[in-house]
Design a protein around this ligand. Structure first.
Ligand SMILES: [Fe+2]
Length: 227
């Protein structure tokens, strides 16, 4: 049932079909790499299906807008984690899905939204879904840009590594290096070596939110639009 909800959410956005499925499968692999138990892995999988539930309240023309978002439009997009929680206010799950929905856009360095949590205030499951979501967003074509290659996506994510804990980030890279990983790296398309924490990514256009106003990088721009 939760998986079907995820597919419904996808149809409300303009992601290619399968985004939630890929985030779920990749997220579970990262959770497994971290040694999380089966219940936690199920939590990550179902949370991945529902993480963008609140987007059903964001006007379709904003989600599919080919050009830059206005400040007001971006403010609406940034409401989707809270709206997702509101939509599930009367639903109780035997898994901790709501923290994933609410905090998958939080970042380890405190630059995320909606609550600007920082560090280990952000549940590991939410970090996993957030990181895998960004990777899938970067490697998927969107209305406003083509898909980045795996190598380019990894370069951008590595540049923005301060968004996730070192432990989660390394598990993510470890999973990508597996021969059968969803985003498996070909011999010439390897994940870059992990840089020092705090390294900033290269320049890029910014579309909105704290990204636009803080001069942040393409990674943040893309994540903000699509994750
Ligand atoms: Fe999201």
């Amino acid at each position: 049932m939760v998986r079907a909800w995820g597919q419904s959410i996808e149809s409300a956005d303009t992601y290619t079909f399968g985004h939630c499925e890929r985030v779920a499968r990749h997220g579970v692999a990262v959770a497994r790499a971290l040694g999380m138990d089966e219940h936690a892995q199920i939590t990550v999988r179902l949370g991945a299906y529902l993480h963008d539930l609140g987007k059903v309240r964001v006007p379709h023309e904003i989600l599919s807008k080919p050009g830059p978002l206005t400040r007001d439009e971006f403010d609406l997009v940034q409401m989707h984690p809270i709206w997702g929680i509101e939509l599930l206010a009367g639903v109780e799950f035997p898994w901790g899905l709501k923290p994933i929905i609410r905090w998958h856009h939080e970042r380890y360095d405190g630059t995320g939204y909606p609550d600007r949590l920082a560090g280990d205030e952000i549940p590991v499951a939410a970090q996993i879904v957030g990181l895998v979501d960004v990777y899938d967003a970067l490697t998927t074509a969107r209305p406003y840009r083509a898909a980045f290659s795996r190598a380019a996506a990894l370069e951008m994510i590595t540049g923005g590594q301060q968004g996730w804990s070192e432990t989660v980030f390394n598990a993510f890279l470890l999973d990508l290096a597996r021969p059968d990983a969803l985003g498996r790296a070909a011999p010439t398309d390897r994940a870059p070596a992990r840089p020092a924490v705090g390294r900033s990514a290269s320049s890029g256009r910014c579309r909105g939110g704290h990204a636009a106003f803080g001069g942040r990088v393409e990674l943040v721009r893309v994540a903000a639009r699509s994750a």
